[in-house]
Design a protein around this ligand. Structure first.
Ligand SMILES: *Cc1c(COP(=O)(O)O)cnc(C)c1O
Length: 364
């Protein structure tokens, strides 16, 4: 059996450091907004070469609070993709703004800059670009579009911790970078967590208030906020994970290289030449995807689809009024994509067995 994913091997690898961090917090007697969160925020900001990181409760909150800090709210429109975790769109809606869904580039599976430009109206205030699967979107084009139209550009980096675009870390290119630390992400906590990074002092100040009921000093509230805090236990775990992030991402790239060299009979992902992919997911395309998935399952190989139903075709989002056929590349992706097993603890031999199974099934 080769499962699609498992988290235990990574825990075992880092168990000494993680368990020490957990005990350190338990013994400290301080559990919310204390020294671990402050240290993690310093370390995460420094890793990105920026001045600020603000820990929040989830990746969804990171996107929502980044938009709110940037002044986005009711009456505004925010452009993003339908080919993403539903969380991206839910975060936009939580601000009161309306999501406007644009099609993806068929090669990178990320927001198509021309589609984004065509979606701009007088109400557009922001773009949320998703660096899906761990690979960068076309940031040159999107940055110049955002600049020309005076739009906030938020990078959804929930799948792209440590990834590079032209040598620069994702999350540092736009106005703010939003991260999730959900356990399965490249940098996962032992529960929920998220963060926003920025170089802008005023935005960071707003984010710190927003996550803590708008509190400016104890029991004094300057603005309306919410409860969205990263806790000390998660921050202590994340400090350990951050110290190992680059080496863990390198292992993911090594597994992807095995797939790249040995897969036959299916369309392999093409990473941008100017970016360093971190392979949160290794996603192939195949016209007979459903059959391939079933056949692999019968051979004991787990796969998943990220994502089988685009946001505009979800029952929950029918009121957006975008029917089937409105986002052709997004819909084709949903029909053809398949994510192969890729996790810390997957051996080279496991990856080769996946390749062999696919070659046999495809008769090549
Ligand atoms: C995981 C994810 C999110 C949401 O993160 P949570 O921490 O689960 O709220 C947002 N966007 C993308 C692309 C994701 O993969």
């Amino acid at each position: 059996m080769i499962p699609f994913n498992q988290l235990k091997p990574l825990h075992d690898l880092l168990a000494d450091e993680i368990n020490a961090a957990l005990l350190r917090v338990a013994d400290s007697g301080w559990y919310i907004l204390g020294p671990e969160v402050a240290a993690f925020e310093r370390e995460f900001a420094a890793y990105h070469g920026l001045k600020h990181a603000v820990g929040v409760a989830t990746g969804t909150d990171a996107i929502e609070l980044a938009l709110r800090a940037g002044g986005v709210g009711a009456g505004d429109e925010v452009i993003t993709v339908a080919h993403t975790a539903l969380a991206t769109v839910a975060a936009i809606e939580a601000t009161g703004a309306a999501p406007v869904l644009a099609d993806i580039d068929p090669v990178t599976f990320t927001l198509c800059p021309d589609a984004a430009r065509a979606a701009i109206t007088a109400r557009t205030r922001a773009i949320v670009v998703v660096h899906l699967y761990g690979g960068a979107a076309d940031m040159d084009a999107l940055l110049s579009l955002a600049q020309a139209r005076d739009l906030l550009l938020i990078e959804d980096c929930a799948q792209a911790h440590g990834a590079l675009y032209q040598g620069r870390k994702l999350g540092t290119l736009g106005s703010m970078g939003a991260f999730s630390f959900y356990p399965t992400k490249n940098m996962g906590a032992y529960g929920d967590g998220g963060a926003v990074i920025t170089d802008d002092d005023a935005l960071a100040e707003k984010l710190r208030k927003l996550r803590n009921y708008g509190q400016s000093s104890r029991y004094h509230h300057q603005s309306r906020g919410t409860n969205s805090r990263l806790d000390e236990l998660q921050a202590a775990v994340l400090r350990v994970k951050l110290a190992h992030l680059d080496e863990l991402n390198q292992r993911r790239r090594d597994i992807a290289a095995i797939y790249e060299a040995n897969l036959t009979g299916v369309h392999k992902p093409s990473a941008r030449a100017d970016s360093q992919h971190v392979y949160h997911l290794y996603v192939i395309r195949d016209a007979q995807r459903d059959q391939l998935m079933t056949d692999l399952q019968e051979r004991g190989i787990g796969t998943l689809i990220h994502y089988p139903v685009p946001v505009h075709l979800q029952e929950s989002h029918r009121d957006l009024g975008l029917g089937a056929g409105s986002l052709p590349y997004t819909e084709r992706a949903a029909r053809e994509i398949l994510s192969l097993p890729l996790y810390i603890g997957l051996s080279d031999d496991d990856a080769l067995r996946v390749c062999e199974a696919i070659s046999q099934l495809r008769g090549v």
